[in-house]
Write a protein that binds this ligand. Structure first.
Ligand SMILES: [Ca+2]
Length: 311
């Protein structure tokens, strides 16, 4: 993703720019998640059932293997972001588990930028070809403006293809001070049918939720959570996705969310060009409500603790 984004020419004429954008099948509107309709809220599960919808969990407390996962819970190391060549287990010497350094228990520590890529298989995340909703949660500890090397950084990327095709991700922009973003890139033909180069798409037309001056720090943990709902609607109704930091709603993006995944290729990639600590990476097969996300943020023993207690 990173090479493509960086590689596109930035010098694009305004005329081309204006015409090109008219072809983008993206309806974008950002609004606080608290303003979402009552209909959406009431479709969610009850306040006490949400932990039972945990579909993937990597707490790093017992090692690299995911606590909860699908057909293969081992982490894998890919030669690059394309994941065409990969081997089981972590092979990157600059990434390690640090005991008791986590938000809860142990944590992953990424110490250098690398072209290799770590991932877990994502077949358990709860993908549905019709009426799909979900949540991803992770804790991060870094100062993005000091710790990261130049270029984009994607702490978590969920896809069976790549960043701009059937993908959901969180990233830091490459320009200082770095923005934090939630990227919603459904099947490529649905969001960019005219194949407009990325850098020719105006910032406010991009399918993302953008947070200026996000509250990340190397001194404390930051909880990152995003939800998606009404993806893969048969009637092509708009779906929506919302980003939360430390339990607070940061914004919502609406568009048709058509994701066509080959389940055995879905990967939860983590730590792409990331330098910092990471803990408790998890997914749910429902879109948690703002109240449930606040509960998750304040969970005393974390999800691993909740899982050990029988959720
Ligand atoms: Ca942990």
């Amino acid at each position: 993703m990173l090479n493509l984004r960086v590689g596109f020419a930035r010098a694009v004429s305004f005329l081309f720019f204006t015409c090109a954008l008219s072809g983008i099948a993206v309806v974008q509107a950002q609004e606080p998640a608290a303003e979402r309709s009552e209909e959406v809220i009431t479709k969610s599960i009850s306040e006490n059932e949400w932990k039972g919808h945990l579909t993937f969990l990597a707490s790093f407390d017992q090692g690299w293997k995911a606590d909860i996962g699908g057909r293969d819970r081992r982490i894998h190391t890919a030669k690059d972001l394309n994941r065409q060549q990969y081997v089981p287990e972590n092979q990157i010497k600059h990434v390690e588990i640090v005991e008791k350094a986590g938000r809860y228990g142990h944590a992953l520590s990424f110490q250098k930028k690398t072209s290799q890529s770590l991932f877990y298989w994502g077949d358990s995340v709860g993908y549905r070809p019709e009426n799909w909703s979900g949540t991803l949660s992770v804790w991060m500890k870094l100062d993005p403006n000091k710790d990261l090397r130049p270029g984009y950084c994607d702490p978590v990327l969920l896809t069976d293809k790549q960043w701009d095709q059937s993908a959901l991700f969180i990233d830091f922009d490459k320009d200082l001070p770095r923005d934090f973003r939630l990227g919603l890139f459904p099947d490529f033909e649905t969001w960019n049918p005219k194949r407009i180069p990325w850098d020719a798409i105006a910032v406010d037309q991009r399918p993302m939720v953008v947070v200026k001056s996000p509250p990340f720090s190397s001194d404390h943990w930051t909880h990152v959570c995003f939800t998606w709902q009404d993806a893969n609607r048969l009637d092509n109704a708009l779906g929506q996705a919302s980003l939360y930091l430390n339990g607070q709603a940061m914004g919502t993006h609406r568009q048709v969310l058509r994701y066509t995944w080959e389940l055995d290729k879905v990967a939860i990639q983590l730590g792409i060009h990331y330098i910092g600590l990471m803990d408790e990476l998890a997914t749910f097969d429902v879109a948690l409500t703002p109240q449930q996300i606040k509960q998750l943020y304040e969970l005393p023993g974390g999800l691993a603790g909740a899982a050990a207690a029988g959720l």
